[in-house]
Design a protein around this ligand. Structure first.
Ligand SMILES: [Cu+2]
Length: 144
């Protein structure tokens, strides 16, 4: 009976101790979960990269054409086309595409993209207003 009483007292002591312990444990657990959550988030969130490509676009039809292409291009998250500077800025997922692939796609619809020259066939199919000024001049001279 005495032993039981001692045990009870011990248990009480332990309980108050373990209450503190539990609170600490909870805090630790929350912290661990938080850190794990942040780490997982960083791993899960798609990595993004950006590239700025100088193109040979001429008018808003070109802007539309390139815009439509980029809207459906694999790995492209966002893009901005500046008709004045002819620069196309692309935010992309480097796991799904590369600047080279994006440039190739732009070339495929008839435009120079940095060092990648426009696909000749695609360029030939472009309406006159979308062709480079030097080709315009050539045409207008032919007409005279
Ligand atoms: Cu155009």
């Amino acid at each position: 009976m005495q032993e039981y009483a001692i045990q009870l007292i011990k248990q009480k002591k332990m309980n108050s101790n373990s209450l503190k312990y539990t609170t600490m444990k909870k805090t630790m657990l929350i912290m661990v979960l938080l850190v794990a959550g942040i780490t997982m988030n960083a791993q899960n969130s798609e990595k993004i990269d950006s590239v700025k490509i100088l193109t040979s676009i001429q008018c808003d039809m070109c802007e539309e054409r390139v815009g439509e292409l980029l809207s459906f291009e694999k790995g492209v998250k966002h893009f901005n086309i500046d008709l004045d500077t002819k620069y196309v800025s692309v935010i992309y997922n480097p796991k799904k595409t590369t600047p080279a692939e994006i440039k190739k796609a732009i070339s495929g619809v008839g435009y120079d993209a940095d060092d990648v020259a426009a696909d000749k066939e695609a360029y030939a199919k472009l309406p006159a207003c979308c062709k480079k000024p030097e080709d315009h001049d050539h045409k207008s001279h032919e007409g005279h």
